[in-house]
Every structure is written in structure tokens, then in C-alpha cells.
Design a protein around this ligand. Sequence first.
Ligand code: PLP
Length: 443
Amino acid sequence: MSHIFPRNTRVTLPTAAKGDGCYLIDSTGKRYLDACGGAAVSCLGHSNEKVIEAIKTQLDKFSFAHTGFFGSEPAEELANKLVAQAPTGIDRVYLVSGGSEAMESAVKLVRQYFVEKGEHQRSHMIARWQSYHGNTLGALSAGGNKWRREMFGPLLIEMSHIDPCYTYRYMQEGETEEEYGLRAANLLEDEILRVGPEKVAAFFAEPVVGATMGAVPAVKGYLKRIREICDKYGILLVLDEVMCGMGRTGHIFACNEDEVRPDIVAVAKGIGAGYQPLGAMLCSKEIYDTIAEGSGFFQHGHTYMGHSLAAAAGSAVMDQLTEPGRMEHVRAMGEKLSAALHDEFGQHPYVGDIRGRGLFRALELVSDRGTKAPLDPSFKLHAKVKQNAMKAGLMCYPMGGTVDGKTGDHILLGPPFIIDDSHIAEIVEKLSLAMKESFTQVG
Ligand code: PLP
């Protein structure tokens, strides 16, 4: 009998036993092609020797030195490598153990920054519906995933939300992408004016929305307009690249493709690549200096922050992500994956949209391609696809539609960056099988 408290108490899962490149193998020897990296985590596959070696080497030196007592070489190295790739102006790195910690740190840093500047009234934060920023209460407050928020109402921090940039469901007929991007971004200005510009501290967004909508990139120009609006009102721009960052979209930082400079950016998942729990909040020199020259103490922290083994792993991951040709490969394989998905599902009666960037792709499922009506949530089609895909030996990441029906069920794909053409063919073949079986099960 198991004493583990699982996330979902109603399902029994196979036991993972071994990793082998793009595959995970369970205790019965069955192989699963990992087409989602768990949740866009395992960007270098499951048996990367360089990362494993870096962890072992560090382990031989020391494993834990509390950041209240010591700095460490692996942490310094990783910070340097991240800043070297980060958008202009980003200068400091706060190393934590995952995405929620990184985003929670961001929420608190935003608040402390304005308190230290004497702008105590700036406590309101704005984010977007259909987003996810993590499960700790500050990060959950920023997130606009109603299903995840529902249970925790009174505990959440007051934040307001605007609609996301989501062409498939929000772009109007006759509108160009550029016009739509401007209209969607201007919703932020409307909200700032509604709240009162002097009260607003920050705006939070994922450059490519991951888990809640399924690989939805903002249209060109959207984030640039968002930046302009933030600058106009002295508001910080916080970008959450926990899922879409670290090369997932074909750029180490997704926002570099959008040519946008955030004040704070969070990464996780791919930076530890599954070898260690690791996340980072990066911020501008201006924010850091305000704290350093003010109280000198960021009123936050976690015991395991800056952990040497995690930092050593992250550093080895960064070396490989920045190898010549790596991002080009992600972009090329992303195009191939997209083409294969279009070939297989482009005419599928229940696939409304196929989208994404790099090796971050998704299908959105609908009950009617014309009306775009989401599938009946009681079908739990996403759960069926996940189960049937596992049966077929494929890991993909399906999620249910949003509770207000503004997004349909979707299937997110985020395979390791080491995939080749044969893996793409296997992903599409097994996904097609899992979809067929799932739709048969709901009649
Ligand atoms: N932010 C985004 C965009 C995410 O996708 C996630 C996790 O899926 C998080 C934050 C939270 O990260 P973690 O699960 O590592 O706490």
C-alpha cells in the first residue's frame, strides 16, 4: 500500500524506473516517448551525461552551503550565464527551486521595490486571464486560471486581470494581427486608468502562454505596446518564462524574439531540465540598486535557494542550450513538428487550432470548428487523451478548457530539444491513435 499523497487520488500511475534520451521507461520495461518534457521541463532528455557529470563533480566538493552564510561558484557561474543571454538591462539573478518560487519572489520584489522608493500606494498588480504563474498564493493570485484559483478565494492577493492576447478566440473578423495586438495591449491601459495609475505596481504576462491555453504566443507588437504602456505609467513589466523560456521557443529568452525588455523575468523548468529543482528570478539593475541602496535586504528567501547541485546542473544546461546550432535545431524541429501536426490534424473535425513557437506546440480541441465551441467539459477529453497516449507509449500534456468556456481542451507538446525526424513521426502517430480512441470513448 502506498503512503504517497498523489496530486490526483483517483488514478494509478506507472512507476518510472529509467531515463533514456527522449524516453522514460517504467518498472515493467515499457518505453514512453516524452513529447512534453513532463511539463516542458526535460529539454535535454533523460540521460544527459554532461549534466549528470556536473552534478556529481559538485557533489564531490560540497552539496549545501546556506546562502545566508556563503556564496558559491556554481551559483555565480549560472548567474553570469543567464545574464549573458538575458534581455538588455537584466543584471541580477535570484536562484530558487522552481517556477512558483521564482514568481512568488517576483510578486514580493515588485512590492518591496515600490515600498523602498516611498511609493507605498503602488500595491495593485494586473495580470491576464487564462494564464498560470504558479501555485503558491502570491503567484496563484497573479495567475488567471479560474479552475486553479476557485478553491482559495479569500486567501488570494487582490489583483485584477485583463483578457489575454489570443488570436484564435479574441481576434475579430476584419482585424489584422497588428490591429488586434494593439487592441489587446490597450486593455492594459484601460485597466490602469480604471484602477488609478498611481496605485498600479506591475503587469504580469507569459510571452507564450503555456499550461492554461496551450502554447499561445502573443502577436507581434503586443508586448512592445505593453512595454510602452508600462513605461508611460511607471509600472514594472514582469514576464513569466517559466514554461516558454530556456530555449523552448527557439530562443533562450522568449521575449528576446519579441524584442521586449522586462524589468523582471522568471525562468524554471528547462533551466534545471529535470535534473535538479531549479528556478530563477532575474531583475534589472535599477530594481536591485533600489534595494541595495535602500534597506539592503530583500525580505524574502528560501532555505534551498542557490543550492550548489541545482546551480551546477543549471550551469551545465546553459552550456548546452547555448551551443552553436542548438537554438537553430529547436526552431527547425519546431517547424517540422508543426508541419506534421498540420498534416495529421489540419482537417480533423475536432481540432480548431494548431499553434506555438519552436518546440512548444499545441492543438486546441473544439466540438465544432465553425463556432469554435469548446467540447463538453464532462467528456474530460483531455484526461482521456493523456491516458490513451500513455497506453500507446507517449507522454503529452493535455489540459481541460477554462471553466468559463473561453478556451477549449488542448494538448500541449514540448519534446526534448534532442528529438529527430523519427521522434516527430512517432509523436504524431501515437497522438493520432490516442485521439481516435478518446473520441470513440465519448461517442
Ligand atoms: N509559471 C508558469 C508559466 C508555469 O507554467 C508554471 C508551471 O507550470 C509555473 C509558473 C509554476 O512552476 P512550478 O510548477 O515549477 O512551481
